[in-house]
Design a binder for this molecule. Structure first.
Ligand code: ARG
Length: 568
């Protein structure tokens, strides 16, 4: 909508001030201070050709326009080197009626990606291990990017590159055969599996022979030994069942699960392609591809015993995504600790002469730092587990509800929606490349920059509409001229532009931060202007704004994969 508004404005204004329409459209921006107007045109680029100082140019252009002000503009004011435009509220109201209210199903949507496919590798845990806090980030950020891409019109394939292959499965099979009977695989299959994993590694510290036994078992797996294959499949099944519970809790869905093992039959052909590209070199018995930058270690393709590696499988998988799945864009939502790995993989693809290597992007993210480790129990194996963090949030929201709103209906499901939403929002409100200082007080601060704050703002909108006794408002019945109202309307119209920016950089925090701003603006509108007690026409008009705000907040929450409770 914002683009349309800019184009409309430029069409009328450009000829009046003898500036090219396209220049005006592309250079208009939001003023630093919203009190200065809705859109701002920096005139600095005109200084050279007009041979005048920018403040003077802005002043002269403003005067020119003020004499023949287009009817949809409230004002045009010069401010140093800027020309600031403010729209009439009637114009904003009609823009909202035509977009948000007439087509609520299409709020924020765009056709930018039509006909293009994005494959998004996200969450991708490792079989037999609990999802870590890093996987929580990969899951939450990945799903938000999937939703963003869908809203831009792309065909999206969310892909789970499950870590289901490697020597650790030989170790696990050995451990199961040796110690399995000591564990409860009927009641606590996943916990038992992980316990075996941890125990094997503990014992192998003092008993080097175990690694050889594990390796021998892995060779059996690779050779197709039925018993070991059966065990391996069962480990995968137990793990997927465990992960599914968490994905369900977070409302996460992959379109496709292709674990690392899926590429086993692709590895030899991939190696052949590397060989015929002339880039495969021997090094101490291993096969590697060297990097251009001598400071970067070579990418290891096969070990001296012929075994493939994580990178080999990622090469095969990238080729599969492009050649078979027909991906136009390949995204990998994986922590910053794998930066070197992806740089190597992408460089090898480039050396293989795949021009599409440039459409592969590592969507990297930083780590969580816990302010108060004491409130976070870490399980055996010394990792902070994804599920523990989410359960803790739900539990804490439960107590808050018991204390503040004990008569709330559906307390359990609301606590889940709010607890999970708090964790997701707390993650997504940060620029993903930065580390996140995890502070429980902030995560659950109902009045702060939190998920519950946003959800509560939406609940307030819904409750106002409910109290009005009507359910649908489609048109404004009286002008909404105050600063708060016009500012809120203006911001709502900018939603699609925010989604465009968030997708462009694959950074959902642009949406989360913007959403907080909308909620703050809604709160000042709500605090200053009576709604249900206003005169009939004004009341209906304000309720129309309330409804528009609620619709946009809900859509934004949906993109972030956060639920919107009716009450809380
Ligand atoms: N399983 C890996 C891990 O947990 C993440 C996989 C990411 N995707 C990929 N194509 N390498 O570290």
């Amino acid at each position: 909508m914002l683009t349309e508004i800019k184009i409309n404005l430029a069409k009328v204004v450009a000829p009046l001030i003898s500036v090219e329409e396209s220049v005006l459209v592309s250079s208009m921006e939001s003023p630093k201070n919203s009190e200065h107007g809705h859109l701002s045109f920096p005139v600095f680029s005109l200084a050279k050709s007009l041979k005048k100082a920018p403040p003077l140019i802005a002043k002269e252009l403003a005067e020119k326009l003020q004499g023949q002000l287009p009817e949809f503009l409230q004002s045009v004011e010069p401010l140093s080197g800027f020309l600031n435009f403010r729209f009439k509220s009637s114009y904003l109201m009609s823009a909202i009626e035509k977009s948000i209210l007439a087509h609520p199903e299409a709020i924020g949507s765009s056709k930018e990606g039509l006909g293009k496919k994005v494959v998004i590798d996200f969450s991708s845990p490792n079989v037999a291990k609990p999802m870590s806090i890093g996987h929580l980030r990969a899951t939450v950020i990945g799903q938000a990017i999937c939703n963003l891409a869908k809203s831009r019109g792309y065909e999206v394939v969310g892909l789970n590159h499950l870590g289901d292959w490697g020597t650790q499965f030989g170790k696990l099979a050995w451990a199961y055969k040796a110690w399995g009977s000591e564990y409860d695989f009927k009641g606590k299959a996943f916990e038992s599996l992980y316990a075996l994993y941890v125990r094997f590694h503990d014992e192998a510290e003092n008993n080097k022979e175990l690694d050889d036994l594990g390796a021998a078992e892995f060779r059996k797996l690779e050779a197709g030994d039925e018993e070991v294959i059966h065990l391996w499949k069962w480990f995968v099944e137990i793990s997927l069942k465990e992960y599914q519970r968490l994905w369900d809790l977070l409302g996460v869905k992959h379109e496709l699960v292709l674990g690392e093992s899926f590429y086993n039959s692709h590895l030899k052909p991939t190696e052949e392609r590397l060989r015929s590209a002339g880039i495969l070199k021997e090094s101490d018995g291993a096969m590697v591809v060297e990097m251009d930058d001598p400071k970067m270690p070579p990418c290891l393709i096969t070990k001296s015993d012929g075994a493939s590696l994580y990178a080999t499988r990622d090469l095969a998988s990238a080729i599969y995504r492009v050649e078979d799945l027909k991906a136009d864009i390949n995204l990998y939502v994986v922590g910053v600790d794998q930066t070197l790995h992806f740089r190597q993989v992408f460089e090898v693809l480039k050396k293989m002469d795949f021009d599409w290597w440039e459409n592969c992007h590592h969507i990297s993210f930083g780590m969580y730092r816990f302010k108060d480790m004491g409130r976070m129990s870490s399980r055996k194996g010394n990792i902070i587990v994804f599920e523990d963090v989410v359960s803790k949030a739900i539990e804490m929201v439960h107590s808050i509800i018991e204390e503040k709103n004990p008569n709330l209906k559906n307390k359990d499901s609301v606590a889940t929606q709010v607890g999970v939403g708090a964790i997701i929002f707390n993650d997504l409100v940060n620029d993903r490349v930065k580390n996140v200082d995890f502070d429980w007080d902030r995560v659950l601060d109902f009045e702060g920059n939190s998920g519950p704050y946003v959800q509560y703002c939406n609940v307030r909108c819904k409750s106002l509409i409910r109290k009005s006794g009507e359910s649908v408002f489609k048109t404004f019945s009286a002008p909404l001229d105050s600063f708060e109202e016009s500012q809120l309307m203006w911001s709502l119209l900018g939603f699609e532009a925010v989604l465009a920016q968030a997708y462009k950089y694959f950074k959902p925090h642009f949406v989360a931060v913007w959403l907080l701003d909308i909620c703050r603006q809604f709160s000042s509108f709500y605090a200053k202007h009576p709604i249900l007690n206003a005169d009939e026409d004004l009341k209906r008009s304000r309720l129309t704004l309330v409804q528009s705000t609620g619709l946009v907040i809900e859509k934004a929450l949906e993109i972030l994969n956060i639920q919107a409770p009716e009450e809380m």
